[in-house]
Design a protein around this ligand. Structure first.
Ligand SMILES: [Zn+2]
Length: 395
């Protein structure tokens, strides 16, 4: 049976083609067409995404490789002689990333003996997985070699070999044991078996830039950009750096120093504010203690304020550091109320009972032990809380 001739493997630059429909079968709510030849690259074959395009103006929404066939999925039926068009912008982008992958994998292998054990290409980023760990210097060295190969404008060619012939070449990676192997050669550098689409000369890549490396399994995942993607990334990063430079009114090479300075200043400011806040709260605790109400030998404090619950808790803990104190503290905001009740360690008053009764008023969420309890609720009923606490504790 006749199968599709893969024109994209013979020439990756063909964007228009006439072909003959071999079969077009309705399956569920779409049509699956096989042609005598095609320029549509099948989805995720060898890690490369499918081409976008049309057949007779009808959108090809998926392309799959099934055995030797390339299956085109469309929403309408096609027959006879048809005209194929692919989105070359997208295809060329994949060609740049894919060729870049060969060069990058070669560089890591050539310089450090690292093997590429995984490859993934998407619309936004491309990654390879290496079986070695990388330092920043190693990554930069590999980038330098990659870009040297680009400047040298090496020829990239594809040729079919029998398995035996292919094994005589210096292949970077052991290929599958197939009768015929398509070998991609990057002049003077690299031989590797691949069915993808590539550029003709390495100069067409413009640049290869590693954007991220991270530990992955026992090795490293390397994210990189080639060609137009790298340029677009540079445009965005340059825009961000320029905006940050003008925000900090400094040259871009001073950004790191200035950011470190700001981060350190910020840490110190937070520390200072925290210290000042604690001093203020200690002062408030002393003030409240001096106005405590004495009942049967116990010093009671009932107070309403606008502190946040963290400050209330701190003030309460400062008050109850000394013996014989019970503090009932509320703070009210527009949309709710916080309550903190505490007692000195030498007392055994059942403040949990008081807490539960007050908590119900404000619909409070929280808890604690019999020396310090706190809750925050969505009802503004601070005055009722204090009255209830007084009624129970001072009876
Ligand atoms: Zn390839």
């Amino acid at each position: 049976m006749k199968t599709s001739e893969k024109i994209y493997q013979e020439n990756s630059y063909i964007t228009e083609l006439e072909a003959e429909v071999i079969s077009c079968i309705k399956k569920d709510d779409c049509y699956e067409a096989i042609l005598d030849r095609t320029i549509f690259y099948p989805h995720m074959s060898g890690g490369q995404p499918k081409d976008e395009g049309t057949i007779n103006g009808i959108d090809v929404f998926n392309v799959q490789e099934r055995g030797d066939d390339i299956v085109h999925m469309l929403n309408d039926e096609i027959s006879g002689k048809v005209k194929l068009n692919i989105n070359f912008g997208k295809r060329f982008d994949y060609m740049q990333q894919h060729t870049g992958q060969h060069i990058l994998s070669y560089s890591f292998s050539h310089l450090f003996g690292g093997n590429t054990v995984g490859f993934h290409m998407s619309d936004n980023y491309t990654t390879i997985d290496l079986d070695i760990t990388l330092t920043e210097e190693m990554t930069e060295q590999a980038e330098q070699l990659c870009n040297k190969i680009i400047y040298d404008n090496k020829v990239v060619s594809a040729k079919n070999y029998s398995y035996e012939e292919a094994m005589k070449l210096d292949l970077r990676k052991d290929p599958l044991k197939l009768d015929v192997l398509r070998i991609i050669e990057i002049q003077d550098c690299d031989f590797s078996a691949c069915g993808g689409t590539h550029v003709r000369n390495t100069g067409e890549l413009g640049i290869i830039k590693v954007t991220k490396t991270e530990k992955y399994k026992q090795g490293t995942r390397v994210e990189f950009l080639c060609g137009t993607r790298a340029l677009n990334d540079y445009i965005i990063k340059n825009r961000n750096v320029s905006a940050l430079s003008s925000l900090l009114t400094c040259r871009s090479d001073m950004l790191m120093d200035n950011f470190e300075k700001i981060i350190n200043e910020n840490k110190q400011l937070k520390k200072d504010v925290n210290n000042m806040n604690n001093s203020l709260n200690e002062y408030k605790a002393r003030e409240l203690k001096s106005g405590a109400m004495v009942h049967e030998g116990v010093k009671y404090i009932f107070t309403a304020s606008d502190e946040d619950v963290k400050d209330l808790r701190y003030i309460c803990s400062k008050i109850t550091e000394d013996e014989d104190y019970v503090a009932v503290m509320v703070s009210e905001a527009e949309d709710g109320c916080s309550l903190v009740i505490g007692q000195s360690k030498n007392l055994k008053i059942n403040i949990k009972d008081v807490f539960e009764k007050c908590r119900a008023f404000i619909n409070g969420k929280g808890g604690g032990n019999n020396f310090l309890l706190q809750c925050t609720g969505d009802k503004s009923k601070g005055a009722q809380c204090l009255e209830t606490a007084k009624d129970i504790l001072l009876k």
